[in-house]
Design a protein around this ligand. Structure first.
Ligand code: NAP
Length: 282
């Protein structure tokens, strides 16, 4: 049957086998919060898939440079590290400019930098609230915006945001502000995806459950029983995750293998969100 469409298109120009479509060869990515933890693992995954990666951190230049050296050794020869504070639009614009100067373009922005502040809601100060929202919500918006200013004229780009399982569940921590910031991030992803689809820019999120990084390390060591009770036991897979277990999703979202996907949030949580609520309560 012949399809007659007044407007719109069917399909894309994407061709090739699945391994070819997953390849990021020739692409340039920027990862905020790339100096350690989840951002570092995502940067490594993108580099292994073929991208050159700009590793951005706020203050940890030495750590970032070690990550970039590792990526270059893995074949992502143009990778480099730099400092940028995601709470500053000027700083992010400068980071994107530097990527363009050194690598000629930016195909993928991973807005991953984030912080956590554990404090009972009734005790949280205005300064703590503002600091967290500045990094976790405004910082994601500025990162996406800085990338989009370059991507819109090129009519091509891909933005990936690190959200959290905590956007969906009150996670057992005193983290009302953190969880709210991540819920905001999910709506931001939908809105940006909607607005920028006409520029051929896709925007998606990854929502990790509990992942072993510096954010969790000290708590796990200090309060192993409590940590087991609310981080590990409720996950159907009965363990916390590792940063490497998120890298494949980042590659998928950054690549042409996900070419019809935008505005979505992939939950990767070892089955935590499948668990009945009563099993999640301490
Ligand atoms: P992490 O190990 O503490 O690393 C945080 C990274 O963000 C560091 O590279 C840090 O750089 C950077 N950063 C912080 N503030 C910044 C700023 N203002 N500007 C630029 N960079 C900044 O954290 P992580 O566990 O990998 O978390 C990464 C993301 O995943 C966050 O958005 C977090 O909310 C989310 N997440 C984590 C988990 C988990 O269980 N770990 C679960 C769900 C979601 P500096 O060292 O230079 O400050």
């Amino acid at each position: 049957m012949e399809l007659k469409l007044k407007e719109g298109r069917i399909g894309t120009t994407v061709t090739g086998t699945i391994p070819e479509r997953l390849s990021l060869k020739g692409r340039v990515a920027m990862v905020t919060g790339g100096s350690r933890g989840i951002g570092k693992a995502m940067a490594r995954g993108l580099a292994e898939a073929g991208a050159d990666v700009v590793v951005v951190s706020r203050a940890a230049l030495e750590e970032g440079e070690a990550v970039a050296a590792d990526l270059r050794a893995a074949g992502a020869k143009g990778s480099f590290a730099m400092l940028a504070d995601v709470t500053s639009r000027t700083s992010l614009d400068a980071a994107v400019d530097e990527a363009l100067k050194r690598l000629g373009k930016l195909d993928v922005m991973v807005a991953n930098a984030g912080i956590g502040i554990d404090v009972n809601a009734e005790d949280m100060t205005e300064d703590q609230w503002d600091r967290l929202m500045d990094v976790n919500l405004k910082g994601v918006f500025f990162s996406a915006q800085a990338a989009a200013r370059h991507m819109i004229p090129r009519k091509s780009g891909n933005i990936i945001v690190t959200s959290s399982l905590s956007a969906f569940v009150a996670n057992g921590n005193p983290q009302a502000c953190y969880n709210t910031s991540k819920a905001g991030v999910n709506m931001l992803v939908k809105c940006l995806a909607y607005e920028w689809a006409r520029h051929d820019i896709r925007v998606n999120a990854i929502a990790p459950g509990f992942i072993m990084t510096d954010i969790l390390g000290p708590y796990l060591r200090e309060f192993p029983d409590e940590a087991y009770g609310y981080m590990i036991k409720p996950a159907a897979m009965n363990r916390i995750g590792t940063p490497d277990e998120l890298a494949g999703a980042a590659v998928f979202l950054a690549s042409d293998a996900s070419s019809y996907m935008t505005g979505q949030c992939m939950i990767i949580d070892g089955g935590y969100s499948l668990t009945p609520l009563e099993n999640r309560l301490l």
